[in-house]
Design a protein around this ligand. Structure first.
Ligand code: GYE
Length: 331
């Protein structure tokens, strides 16, 4: 059975008043609760209905992230998951979000392909009284309190870590930067932090490879022509770096030697390239946070207080890692 948004809003107010009455009666203070509890908490058989809009399947990172989300947001875990892949198109994500509102889910979770352009749909979700959990990437919106909580890595500190390694090891590098999807949180934050550490005078040029191996390769082919002096590539993810390896080898140069490669993610293929000495340094971006996400979703649905931000822990890797480390990698 599902309730209409209007009913939900009314119920939210009713529940909020009852809650504040009982809180006042106990003399206790409470944190910001979502109004999902007004929906009597549940879909079929008491399950929490979650609509999840994944932005795509563009990279090894994304595949691992999707697996982690699907493995954790399960019926055994009390969650009925509707998962929709937007194929890296914002309009597909907006449509999925609107469908979730129409389905009257209890919680909406989504990983936004780019930062801007969400105001209208976020307002609609807010009006419907459905709490939002922002996953992985960030949004910039004028809608107040558009989401309850955000879980993901600190993209700026990843870019900073990559920059510090370059500055310490190749201070005079002539850098080409392979950017992720333009306008996405990780592209903006990784780039700004990296550029600030190494200095913009060290960067010969930049181009986007949209976080994919194929587009990373194409962008690198053009860059090899345009910037023949380049001797270091900073790639915003492993997949584009792997595409760059192909382009560098096809141009008769040696990746990791003639042209150093620094990337972010540390998926298994990326770490393999590091062991094979084709990548020089890799900053981790851990995609396996499904369990933490499931816990957040349950708390949000129950109207419990949650932290505004959960930062996923990341490590760094250099060429001292071993084949055994790579083989033990789960993703
Ligand atoms: O680094 C990249 C993926 O948003 C952190 O998206 C994520 C990034 C990740 O396509 O591989």
């Amino acid at each position: 059975m599902s309730t209409s948004p209007t009913w939900k809003r009314f119920a939210a107010v009713a529940v909020a008043s009852i809650a504040s009455l009982s809180l006042a009666a106990c003399g206790a203070g409470g944190g910001a609760a979502s109004d999902a509890e007004s929906d009597s908490g549940a879909g079929e058989g008491g399950l929490i209905k979650v609509g999840y809009s994944q932005l795509g399947a563009e990279s090894g990172w994304r595949t691992a992230n999707t697996e982690s989300v699907k493995a954790s947001l399960t019926e055994e875990n009390g969650i009925e998951l509707t998962f929709v892949d937007a194929q890296q198109k914002q309009e597909n994500q907006i449509k999925a979000l609107r469908d979730f509102v129409a389905q009257d889910v209890d919680v909406i979770a989504f990983s936004p392909v780019i930062e801007t352009g969400w105001d209208e749909v976020l307002q609609e979700i807010k009006d419907a009284g459905i709490p939002v959990v922002l996953v992985d990437r960030s949004v910039k919106t004028s809608v107040e309190d558009a989401y309850v909580t955000h879980i993901g890595s600190d993209m700026a500190s990843e870019g900073k870590a990559a920059g510090e390694w370059v500055k310490a090891n190749f201070p005079d590098a002539k850098i080409f930067e392979l950017q992720g999807t333009m306008g996405s949180g990780p592209q903006i934050d990784r780039e700004a932090a990296f550029d600030e550490v190494v200095g913009t005078d060290k960067i010969l040029g930049k181009a986007s490879g949209n976080f994919t191996r194929a587009e990373g390769k194409t962008a690198m082919e053009a860059a090899l022509q345009a910037y023949p002096d380049m001797d270091l590539v900073f790639s915003h993810n492993d997949d584009m770096g792997l595409g760059a390896i192909e382009a560098i080898e096809a141009a008769g140069k040696v990746p990791g030697v003639d042209i150093k490669i620094v990337t972010i993610d540390a998926v298994r293929d990326g770490l393999q390239a590091l062991v094979d000495k084709k990548f020089n340094y890799v900053v981790e971006c851990n995609p396996v946070f499904g369990e933490q996400l499931a816990e957040l979703v349950k708390k949000v649905a129950a109207g419990e207080k949650v932290p505004e931000k959960t930062v996923v822990e990341d490590k760094t890797f250099d060429q001292s890692i071993t084949q055994a480390d790579v083989d033990a990698r789960l993703y």
